[in-house]
Design a protein around this ligand. Structure first.
Ligand SMILES: *Cc1c(COP(=O)(O)O)cnc(C)c1O
Length: 372
């Protein structure tokens, strides 16, 4: 039996630290925007190597607030990956701006920088690359193109806490980055949470106002802001988990290495490839197979949990029917959504479980190949 992600066991490792965190918050008598949020912001900024961290309500809000702080809205265009979780697109459409999708690299999952230039118009204001599945996007060409066209770059780092590219952590590679602390993420709270990291003093200042009703001084509102604050209790819980992040990510890399070795050369199975110079954090380990559903069924029959990230491309979701982006428009993304399968991976999954997944998968791929 191997769960896709054993969140219960993951969090029980910190049971005492969570109780201590709850006690600190209760003893303080302060629940919103206090010492715990301030301390977590300092600690998470230090981990990323960013000047500022601003805690917000969730990952989606982190992205929305940055776009709003940059004044992006109706009439503007923001370039997004065609292959991503829908939250990346929602961040753009909730500002009133239009998402302009760009396909992933051939054989990869992240945005293809070679396809960026043709997507840029006079209305383009920003690029929103995603470090999908924990693999840093190809940021050097993205930043160069953004600079040449005067565009902002917002990293969607919701799946990549701690990942590095050329030694630098995600969250410091663009003009700003949005993180999610949803329970299942590599750094997950016991509820919702999110944050923005940036080196931009003015942006950080604007975000601190925007997240809190547009107010710097209680009951004095400079702008029409939001209520989107990381709360004290979740910040205290996150402080209990932050010291485990790098170790947990190293463990995920060990599992990924095991999968890459054990699954190489299987008929019909495509493995993820990390680009040179990147240190991915393997939020997900995603393989591709033309008979994905049959493969998932065989794993399930052996007690092995898998998931599909994601079954439907954002442009084909009913929510975006009004954008008029027909099926066939983004063939690379559409092929991925039909073929991807996420294998179990997580900080408490041991190597024996991982070897068991490999053995079942080897058998299944060989059988499916023989039946073809
Ligand atoms: C989880 C996620 C988000 C949104 O985070 P929430 O905290 O759930 O709002 C945004 N983008 C990506 C790529 C994500 O995986």
């Amino acid at each position: 039996m191997t769960k896709f992600l054993d969140l219960g066991t993951i969090n029980l490792r910190q049971r005492q630290a969570f109780h201590d965190a709850l006690d600190r918050v209760l003893d303080s008598g302060w629940y919103v925007l206090g010492q715990e949020v301030e301390s977590f912001e300092r600690e998470f900024a230090a981990l990323c190597g960013a000047r500022h961290c601003v805690g917000v309500g969730n990952g989606l809000d982190a992205l929305i607030l940055v776009l709003r702080a940059w004044g992006i809205g109706p009439g503007d265009e923001v370039i997004v990956p065609a292959n991503t979780y829908i939250a990346t697109w929602l961040a753009v459409t909730h500002t009133g701006a239009t998402p302009v999708p760009v396909e992933p690299t051939a054989g990869g999952y992240n945005l293809d920088p070679a396809l960026l230039r043709p997507a840029i118009t006079a209305r383009t204001r920003a690029i929103l690359p995603v470090h999908l599945y924990g693999e840093p996007a190809d940021m050097d060409p993205i930043m160069a193109i953004a600079k040449a066209h005067g565009l902002k770059v917002l990293e969607d780092a919701a799946q990549a806490h701690g990942a590095r590219r050329q030694g630098r952590r995600v969250g410091t590679l663009g003009d700003a980055a949005g993180f999610s602390f949803y329970p299942g993420k590599n750094l997950g709270a016991l509820g919702d949470g999110g944050a923005v990291t940036t080196d931009d003093d003015a942006l950080a200042d604007r975000l601190r106002t925007l997240r809190n009703y547009g107010s710097r001084l209680k009951y004095h509102n400079e702008v029409a802001g939001f209520n989107s604050r990381l709360d004290e209790l979740q910040a205290a819980f996150l402080r209990a988990k932050l010291p485990l992040l790098d170790g947990d990510n190293a463990h995920r890399r060990e599992i990924a290495g095991c999968y890459l070795d054990g699954l190489r050369g299987l008929p019909g199975l495509e493995l993820p490839a990390a680009a040179a110079g990147t240190e991915p954090v393997w939020h997900l380990f995603v393989v591709r197979h033309a008979r994905r559903d049959a493969l998932a069924a065989r794993l399930a029959a052996a007690g092995i949990g898998t998931m599909i990230h994601y079954p439907v491309a954002p442009h084909l979701q009913p929510a975006y029917a009004h954008l008029g982006l027909a099926a066939g428009r983004f063939p690379r993304s559409e092929a991925l959504h039909a073929q991807v399968l996420s294998l179990p991976i997580g900080p408490t999954q041991d190597l024996a479980q991982t070897r068991e997944v490999i053995a079942v998968l080897r058998r299944a791929c060989t059988e499916l190949d023989a039946a073809a």
